[in-house]
Write a protein that binds this ligand. Structure first.
Ligand SMILES: [Zn+2]
Length: 176
C-alpha cells in the first residue's frame, strides 16, 4: 500500500513474524489516522504482511532455518526472501526518513502487557525519548494506552544490534 506525496518516505511494516497479529491491529489504526491526517511532504509505503506466505500457512515465522524474515537484513549476506529484498530496494531508493515495524511477540506477561517502542540504538536515544514523550501526549481514549516509560531500551535484554529490520533501518540512516 502506497499513499501520500513527497520526496521523503515513511515505511510501515508488520508480520516480519507471521503469527504476531496484534501488531496488525495497531498498524490498522495508524493507517486510518495517516489517511485522515496526511503528513505533508511524505509518501507512505506500508507492507502489512511481510511474511505473507507464513501468515497464510499459519506459520509462527520465527526460528526458521537459516532464518526468518526479520533476520533477513544482514550486512554480510544478501536477503533470501523476495519481500525483504524489495523492502531494501525501496528503502535505498526512496529517502526513507522513518521506519516502524510492528511486532507483538507475546500477548501476556512481562513487558508484553503494555504497548512499547523498541528503541533501536543508543545514538538515537535522545530522539527516541522525545518521540515517546510526544506519542504519549498524543494518545487519545480511542487508542491502546501507551506510556513512554515502558519503552524497551537499546542494548538491553534481547534488544541488541543484529540483522533484524530495525537494525537495518539504523544502518540506512532513518531517523527512528
Ligand atoms: Zn516479532
Amino acid at each position: 500500500m502506497r499513499f501520500g506525496d513527497g520526496n521523503r518516505s515513511i515505511i510501515l511494516t508488520a508480520r516480519h513474524h507471521a503469527c504476531e497479529s496484534t501488531g496488525s491491529y495497531v498498524l490498522e489504526g495508524v493507517l486510518d489516522d495517516l489517511i485522515d491526517n496526511p503528513i505533508e511532504g511524505f509518501q507512505i509505503l506500508c507492507v502489512p504482511f511481510v511474511d505473507y506466505d507464513g501468515v497464510i500457512d499459519g506459520d509462527q515465522g520465527k526460528n526458521r532455518v537459516p532464518h526468518g524474515h526479520n533476520r533477513d537484513y544482514s550486512d554480510e549476506n544478501p536477503p533470501i526472501f523476495p519481500e525483504t529484498s524489495r523492502i531494501i530496494e525501496y528503502t535505498e531508493n526512496n529517502n526513507v526518513c522513518y521506519g516502524f515495524d510492528f511486532h507483538s511477540p507475546w500477548h501476556r506477561g512481562w513487558e508484553h502487557d503494555n504497548v512499547y517502542i523498541v528503541q533501536s540504538s543508543i545514538e538515537k536515544l535522545v530522539r527516541l525519548d522525545l518521540f515517546g514523550e510526544i506519542l504519549e501526549k498524543s494518545i487519545t481514549d480511542k487508542a491502546m494506552r501507551y506510556w513512554h516509560k515502558n519503552d524497551y531500551p537499546p542494548e538491553t535484554g534481547w534488544n541488541r544490534a543484529g540483522s533484524q529490520f530495525a537494525a537495518y533501518l539504523n544502518d540506512v540512516g532513518s531517523t527512528l
